[in-house]
Structure formats: structure tokens, C-alpha cells
Design a protein around this ligand. Structure first.
Ligand SMILES: [Zn+2]
Length: 367
């Protein structure tokens, strides 16, 4: 049969087309193979990457909130007296007609900032009467005027307890380490806060449950006869940065550091999964044992399922803590039954009791 020229060229064009399709298919297949290989290699790191991503987002929110709360201050000079003359002490001269009783002092342990409100002052006043004392404790000294009030801010290089006293001329600040004041020191961290709600299920925010448990714990510590210094990263809806949280533990040389959180399944969907987990520092045997104590005491107090210890080195506050740390995931907010319990005051109180028992047991065991 005779084939016309036009027909031949049509067949050739079809051939060319199919070659292009094959090429596209082949490269698509290759791409998929490579992609699955990358996914397989990355798989063990994916939860870590997710945690880091969530942490990075929350840290950014916390830093924004912190920056917004800051006011502009001017550096203030200190008249150094040397450690021996006024060891651990600062002194501010009282302005004419101002009584020591009208000075307000606020010690923010989380940022290691002591804020002193002194009326009748300005920058020129401190040129004439500089703050005097031992500067070994101090990272920064600054001043600003807020309305009628002058404000001196002292940023210290670690967490201190401040004892104040005054006479007719001066107001004195004595800086004491927590260990000079208390037998034992504990730092308690309620997860998330502010613009970072943590897990959110059925209109309930994790940050509120975490805080409610910590406030119950605060009540128990306040009623306790033990001489334990307890520092809280937050007792309201604020959102300290991860670094501020962990530095509260490191810079107070705490004996124990506990972070209170609540869990959700990876997918975030409601499920049958429930129970208590405690995250620990893989590099610290003391930390791991303390996490185990927390797990046992909390589950026995609230009767939750013991879901065991979980390696926590991917969590910032765990890997940077210099003291034994346990991050307690009390229950699963993605479990209907457990969410209802977590949201109840009685369960929150029992959880707090379990955490308190863990602290006392840890101290009995030599922490
Ligand atoms: Zn959390």
C-alpha cells in the first residue's frame, strides 16, 4: 500500500509526542523516588523539626511581648565601693523630704530585674548622689522618669532575694542568694502563655490548664512548713521567653526545675490516647530519675495511665537546663474524658498535689 507523505509526517509527530510524554513521566517518577528517599531519611527528625518550628514561633511571640513591655531607660553610673566595703549591698541616697517608707521595690526574678520607684528624682539628682555600693552583683543599672516617679532599674547577674532597710539618709538593698535564704530551691514553669496558647481543644487552651495546675501548686507550697524557695516563671497569662524560663532555674541554682504541660496527639485529632508522660534530659541520670519520680507521684495521685518517660533533648528548656528537669505532660487534651478532667479544679488540685509529693520525695532521696 502506498503511503502519502502527509501521513508519514503525522506518524512521526505522534512518535515525537510520545517520547516527550515518556521523558516527563520518567523524570516525575525519578522525582518521586528521590522525594520518598528524602522523606525516609528525614523521618526520624520530623518530630524534632516540628518541635523546633513550634518553639521558634512561640519564642518569637514571647520576644515580641517582652519587647513591647520594655520602656526606654538611660544608663546610670554606680559609685563602686569595692566588694569588701559594702559586700552584696547597694545604697541610694533619699531625696530631701522623701521617707524610706515611700520607696517601692519590685524584684522580678524571671528577668532578674529590681525596679525601684523613687519620687523627687531626675538624672541630675543621680549625678550629684550616685548609687553606691558593690557592683559585683550587677549587670546593668539604669534610670527613667515615669510621670511623677523616678525609676531605677537594677539588672542582677543571677537570681537574688533582696532585703531592704533605710534610715533618714539612705535606702539600702542587700542581695542574698536563694541558698542563703532557703533550704531548697525549686523552679516551676507553667507552659506557654500570652499569645501562645499551646494545644487548643474544644475552646480550651493548654496555657490556662497549665497555669491553673501551677496556681494550685503555689497554694500547696505556701501552706507547706518546708523552707523551700519556689520561683515561678509565670503566675498570670504572661509569656516569658524559653530562655527566661530556663535561666530562672539556672540563675537561681535551683535544685529542681519542673515544667507543666498538657499533651495532644500528633495529628491533633480527638482519640482514645490518654495518660501522663514525663520528658527528661537524656544526658543527666539525676534528671532522668527525677522525671521518673514525677511520673510515679503524679500518676498515683490522679490515677492516670502511666505512659512512661520520653526523651526530651529536642526541647529547649530541657537541653539548656543546668539543673535536674522534668517536663510533665499531665494528660491528653485530645482525649474527651481526660480533657474534661484536666479542665476541672479538683483534678488540677490533685495533679498539683502529685507534683508537690514528687518534690518532697526527690529531696528525701538526696536532690
Ligand atoms: Zn505544652
Amino acid at each position: 500500500m502506498e503511503v502519502s507523505t502527509t501521513e508519514i509526517s503525522t506518524i512521526e509527530i505522534r512518535k515525537e509526542k510520545s517520547t516527550i510524554e515518556e521523558k516527563t513521566l520518567r523524570s516525575a517518577a525519578l522525582f518521586l523516588v528521590l522525594l520518598s528517599a528524602v522523606v525516609c531519611i528525614m523521618l526520624p527528625y520530623l518530630p524534632t523539626l516540628h518541635t523546633r518550628e513550634v518553639e521558634a514561633r512561640e519564642e518569637r511571640l514571647a520576644e515580641e511581648e517582652y519587647a513591647e513591655s520594655q520602656i526606654a531607660m538611660q544608663d546610670l553610673a554606680i559609685k563602686e565601693t569595692g566588694a569588701s566595703a559594702m559586700e552584696g549591698q547597694l545604697r541610694i541616697r533619699l531625696p530631701e523630704g522623701v521617707e524610706g517608707s515611700s520607696i517601692e521595690v519590685n524584684n522580678d526574678y524571671v528577668t532578674q530585674t529590681v525596679r525601684v520607684e523613687i519620687p523627687e528624682t531626675d538624672m541630675a539628682y543621680f549625678d550629684s548622689y550616685p548609687v553606691t555600693g558593690d557592683s559585683n552583683y550587677i549587670d546593668a543599672l539604669s534610670y527613667t522618669r515615669q510621670g511623677e516617679e523616678g525609676v531605677v532599674e537594677v539588672v542582677t547577674n543571677q537570681v537574688y532575694e533582696i532585703r531592704t532597710e533605710y534610715d533618714s539618709e539612705y535606702y539600702y538593698f542587700n542581695f542574698l542568694t536563694p541558698q542563703e535564704v532557703y533550704d531548697k530551691v525549686v523552679v516551676i514553669d507553667a507552659g506557654h502563655g500570652g499569645r501562645a496558647p499551646g494545644a487548643t481543644k474544644q475552646g480550651i487552651n493548654e496555657k490556662d490548664i497549665d497555669l491553673a495546675i501551677v496556681l494550685q501548686l503555689q497554694k500547696i507550697f505556701e501552706e507547706s512548713d518546708e523552707n523551700i524557695g519556689v520561683y515561678y516563671t509565670r503566675t498570670d497569662d504572661s509569656n516569658p521567653t524559653f530562655d527566661q524560663r530556663v535561666q530562672l532555674a539556672n540563675k537561681s541554682n535551683a535544685d529542681l526545675f519542673i515544667s507543666v504541660h498538657n499533651n495532644s496527639t500528633k495529628s491533633g485529632r480527638m482519640s482514645g490516647t490518654k495518660g501522663t508522660q514525663v520528658m527528661y534530659d537524656e544526658t543527666s541520670e539525676a534528671g532522668k530519675q527525677f522525671a521518673q519520680i514525677c511520673l510515679e507521684e503524679v500518676t498515683s495521685e490522679i490515677g492516670s495511665v502511666n505512659k512512661g518517660l520520653v526523651k526530651g533533648d529536642e526541647i529547649y528548656i530541657i537541653r539548656t537546663s543546668e539543673v535536674p528537669v522534668a517536663l510533665i505532660e499531665v494528660g491528653f487534651m485530645t482525649n474527651r474524658e481526660e480533657l474534661a478532667l484536666l479542665n476541672s479544679e479538683e483534678y488540677q488540685r490533685q495533679t498539683a498535689q502529685g507534683i508537690y509529693n514528687a518534690v518532697i520525695r526527690a529531696f528525701e532521696e538526696g536532690y
